[in-house]
Design a protein around this ligand. Structure first.
Ligand code: 2PG
Ligand code: MG
Length: 429
């Protein structure tokens, strides 16, 4: 039975040119597996904590040599010699690492170190068995559950991801009506090209934000949505819940004020924000809204869920931080009906899969997510397939670190007979 022979890490750069970790594991059977760790820009307060070096002269204090040290020393000493044969062994390793860390948010060893180790171990199990990673992640669930997710392409970037005046962070297109992932990717790419043409014809800049979407010089949300609908239709698709739908991640923490919210210079109470979302969902084919309100606005979230939750997917990201307990509490509080899943927000695979289990037990939909700072690692693509949640977002259908995930899904679809699309339970919205 293979055992962990070596654990290594090095400081590499992510898609923003900021330091992150590459973690490498070698097993006694000769298997070598590698993982690249992502990093967010708009983060929830309760995310597992990255460990960044406190050295202002190096990478503006964003170096990760201390986290590299956690992998090379403490975590390696803990895990070396342990058997690694199946997913359960990875989850047990995660548990031991959590224990060694001793903090709730993995701040001591660094969640960037712990998540990298967890990802590399899972990939090593897949390599040992000559299996695709998604199949390892499926262990202990029925194979029927696996499916290829609907991609949510982030085509317009604002908020913390772009240097423009747009307050909403992400405007995504979701080809829910496509017959396969390959056709969905084609739709995404064709609409993206059509959008670039629309901007060009209006004499507007076509520069990109952190996730590869256009950093449009507009500040009115309605104008952006109108532009996107035009781009969808000009590309020859139907803008709607049976064709190419729209998903938003306003990331409302970013425009929260002490009074309420400020968008494009206008002030809103949370009730007014909810009314605005209601109007947007009536006028445009918006099928999903993530972080429409700030993480500290519980009452607002309740109102949003009550008023829109029957017809729109209400996704919690910063408010849930991929945490099972927060999802369980949300059901009691009647907050949201879906949860975003980011492994580095949880800090390892064990906690991520716990959040998945919590969502499944209470009937919350799930969307797997990349981060705005990425590497070419495609782990989240396999994760989405393995847990069969039917939804993923990995940025625009452009730029290498985003395409790594989408092309991986294309490859999985090509080599498997897995179904594509939303889960039945989520289609009704
Ligand atoms: C989000 C993410 C990913 P970041 O808010 O959902 O799109 O952004 O990684 O910056 O937190
Ligand atoms: Mg978000």
């Amino acid at each position: 039975m293979p055992e962990i022979a070596a654990l290594e890490a090095l400081e590499i750069l992510d898609s923003r040119g900021q330091p992150t970790l590459q973690v490498e594991v070698t097993l006694t059977d000769g298997v070598h597996a590698v993982a690249g760790v992502p990093a967010g820009a708009s983060t929830g307060q309760n995310e597992a904590a990255e460990l960044r070096d406190d050295e202002p002269d190096r990478y503006d204090g964003r170096g990760v040599l201390a986290a590299v040290g956690s992998v090379r020393r403490q975590i390696k000493d803990l895990l070396k010699g342990r058997k690694l044969n199946r997913l359960e062994d990875v989850l047990e390793a995660d548990r031991l690492v959590e224990e060694l860390d001793g903090t709730d948010n993995l701040a001591r060893l660094g969640a960037n170190a712990t998540v990298g180790v967890s990802m590399a171990l899972a990939r090593a199990v897949a390599a040992t068995w000559g299996m695709p990673l998604w199949q390892v992640l499926l262990e202990e669930q029925s194979r029927d559950r696996a499916r290829i997710p609907v991609p949510h392409f982030n085509v317009v970037n604002g908020g913390a991801h772009a240097e423009n005046d747009l307050d909403f962070q992400e405007f995504m297109i979701a080809p829910v009506g496509s017959p396969s992932f390959a056709e969905a990717l084609r739709a995404g790419a064709e609409v993206y090209t059509s959008l670039r043409r629309q901007l060009h014809e209006r004499g507007m800049p076509t520069g990109l934000g952190d996730e590869g979407g256009f950093a449009v010089q507009m500040d009115r949300v309605e104008d952006v949505l109108t532009l996107i609908v035009t781009a969808i239709e000009t590309a020859g698709y139907r803008a709607g819940h049976d064709g190419v739908a729209i998903a938003l991640d306003p990331a409302a923490n970013g425009f929260r004020t002490s009074e309420g919210y400020t968008v494009a210079g206008e002030n809103y109470t949370s009730g007014e924000m909810v009314s605005w979302y209601e109007a947007l969902a009536r006028r445009f084919p918006v099928w999903s809204i993530e972080d429409g309100l700030a993480e500290d606005d519980g009452a607002g979230w309740q109102e949003l869920t009550t008023r829109l939750g029957e017809s729109v997917q209400i996704v919690g990201d910063d408010i849930f931080v991929t945490d099972a307990a927060r999802v369980q509490q949300a059901v009691i509080d009647r907050i949201a009906n879906a949860c975003l899943l980011k492994p580095n927000q949880a800090g390892n695979l064990r906690r991520t899969l716990d959040a998945v289990a919590a969502c499944n037990s209470v009937g919350y939909a799930q969307m797997v997510s990349h981060r705005s700072g990425e590497t070419t690692d495609s782990f989240v693509a396999d994760l989405a397939v393995g847990i069969g949640c039917g939804q993923i977002k990995c940025g625009a259908p452009a730029r290498g670190e985003r395409l790594a995930k989408y092309n991986r899904l294309l490859e999985i679809e090509h080599h498997s007979r897995l179904p594509y699309g939303l889960r039945d339970a989520d289609v009704r919205r």
